[in-house]
Design a protein around this ligand. Structure first.
Ligand code: MSP
Length: 525
């Protein structure tokens, strides 16, 4: 038997200075859908997520809240970040915190190696620093506003807050040494950075020349101590990026590390540079493989702006799931936004898609089919008679939807996978309208034809349950159970979803998969 292919996927680790909003949840859901798909395809899958807890931003938040950074992080992780995973049904295999001992230890192993191998030296740095980004900025990254509280000051374009001038003795990572090797990587592995827009931007950035990177701070101490100089703590990004390898055994469990690494990395496009420039340079310096790919997804926009807590446009994921449920949350963001591009969120669009696609298109199809098998065949799924062209056409669509969705997932085009699957939803609905099982049921002479029609639509639902389980796991599991699917739907090979041949009986659904929602906007909206 061939060895199972390894599929390791990681989300960025989230800053614990604040609670999650739907922008964070978006990255989580995308990674989770890909992980569930690969798990269901039998790949040796690992989904990692976690929290980024060191650095000035967290320290300042803790101080402002009269607590220590660790106590603050513990609280946010327990009260906000771990619960987020439940709210949107994330199937992560691990959750790493940069304050975990396993992480802190392995980071020092990595640092010491780079130091011993001559990739780190000490020097002095002066520059503009944005605490929001935790990054030194070039003038190009800054702006001035003509009016308002910050008029005349230099502001970070991303956070719209003033930058600070920092001057420090620092340790530096020889990143400039890696300019050519990085350009060669982008050239020889054209899908290393996706999508194309992000790739082009990164290539341009690296071509313009790379500076060495300041990787330590001595003005505060909330971080991992530099192993050979404990008056400095490690720069938070250098610390955070290492989570992707420390979590799978770098420095502690070599066998597991080799089994998992390298990973596919999903990140927002705002942090693609860290992942596609600094991170591979760090790995190259340590002689380790670079990520399989870095995919920079777009932003969720609210009112035309990147949604963010600091700009007060943040929407908590639970505001949506309390009304629509986790499945609808997951489906909506994966379907409505082309993965890789920005997308605007609106309550109107969400509720329109919920109603048209989930409640009417899919949910209703499931209820009607199950009700017809119960009514006309006492819940027993009939054996089919001879297949007509219309029945064969459904078979073809099942195969095509399966193959197209899998190919789309391979390209990380999650929205295209859903579009491919939805062709089957629409065709099954159209098939029922044309075949009119309710009319066939009136005349016993049509019994065999009715058997074939019912068999065909139940089999179509089986295919849908298998294909949709990675996206809407709760509804898919309910549907699978209702149509008598054997075992757990998540055990069904997603790449052979069309192979499902039917089960003996159906059981009525206790409630609609996607019940009608009368009031679509929560009171707070
Ligand atoms: N801690 C760093 C990442 C370190 S990874 C080694 C960080 N954290 S974050 O909490 O600010 O952001 C985490 C992710 O959420 C990023 O990928 C970011 O792009 C994403 N998003 C934050 N706001 C978003 C939107 N409005 N829309 C889509 N994604 C958004 O950066």
């Amino acid at each position: 038997m061939a060895a199972r292919e390894s599929f390791y996927i990681a989300t960025p680790i989230f800053y614990v200075n604040d609670v999650p909003h739907i922008g964070h949840a978006y990255t989580e859901v995308a990674a989770d859908v890909l992980a569930r798909w690969h798990r269901q395809a039998g790949d040796d899958t690992w989904l990692l997520t976690g929290t980024d807890e060191h650095g000035q931003k967290i320290l300042r938040t803790a101080v402002a809240n009269d607590t220590t950074p660790k106590a603050w992080a513990d609280r946010l992780v327990a009260d906000a970040w771990q619960p987020l995973l439940k709210t949107i049904n994330i199937s992560n295999d691990d959750f790493i915190r940069t304050t975990d001992e396993r992480h802190e230890y392995a980071v020092t192993v990595f640092l010491q190696k780079l130091y011993d191998d001559g990739f780190i030296y000490s020097g002095e740095y002066e520059g503009y620093y944005c605490v929001g980004c935790e990054e030194y900025k070039q003038l190009d990254d800054l702006m001035e506003l003509p009016s308002g509280d910050y008029a005349g000051r230099l502001l970070c374009k991303i956070h719209s807050i003033p930058v600070e001038v920092l001057k420090e003795k620092n340790y530096f990572f020889r990143m400039s040494d890696f300019q050519q090797r990085l350009l060669d990587l982008y050239e020889s592995q054209p899908d290393f950075i996706q999508p194309e827009s992000v790739r082009n931007e990164i290539i341009q950035f690296v071509r313009a020349g790379l500076d060495d990177l300041s990787i330590s701070r001595s003005s505060f101490d909330w971080g991992i101590k530099i192993p050979w100089d404990d008056s400095h703590v490690l720069y938070v990004w250098f610390d955070a990026l290492l989570n992707y390898i420390t979590a799978v055994g770098y420095g502690t469990d070599q066998e597991n590390f080799e089994r998992r690494w390298p990973a596919v990395q999903l990140v927002g496009k705002d942090i693609a540079r860290f992942h596609a420039v600094i991170w591979p340079a760090m790995l190259m310096a340590a002689g380790l493989p670079v990520p399989r790919k870095v995919f920079g997804h777009g932003w969720l926009l609210v009112g035309g702006e990147k949604m963010s807590k600091s700009k007060l446009t943040g929407i908590a994921p639970s505001e949506i799931t309390e009304t629509f449920g986790a499945d609808a949350f997951r489906y909506y963001f994966m379907r409505a936004i082309s993965f890789g591009q920005d997308g605007s969120f609106s309550w109107e669009d969400l509720s329109a898609r919920y109603q048209a696609e989930l409640a009417n298109g899919f949910g209703n199809l499931a209820s009607r089919v199950i009700a017809m098998v119960s009514r006309y065949r006492d819940g027993v799924i009939p054996d089919p008679g001879a297949f007509t062209e219309a029945d064969e056409a459904i078979r073809v669509t099942e195969r095509r939807a399966t193959a197209d969705a899998d190919a789309a997932i391979e390209r990380l085009a999650i929205h295209e996978a859903l579009a491919a699957i939805w062709i089957l939803v629409d065709e099954l609905n159209g098939y029922i309208t044309i075949q009119e099982p309710w009319a066939l049921a009136k005349d016993p002479a049509n019994a065999e034809r009715l058997d074939t029609v019912l068999f065909t639509v139940v089999r179509g639902l089986g295919t849908l349950a298998v294909l949709l389980a990675p996206v809407i796991p709760d509804a898919a599991a309910k549907l699978w159970a209702a149509i008598g699917g054997a075992g757990d739907v998540t055990e069904q090979d997603v790449r052979a979803a069309y192979d499902w041949l039917g089960a003996p009986t159906v059981t009525a659904l206790e409630s609609s998969l996607f019940p009608r929602i009368e009031q679509v906007e929560p009171a707070s909206a």
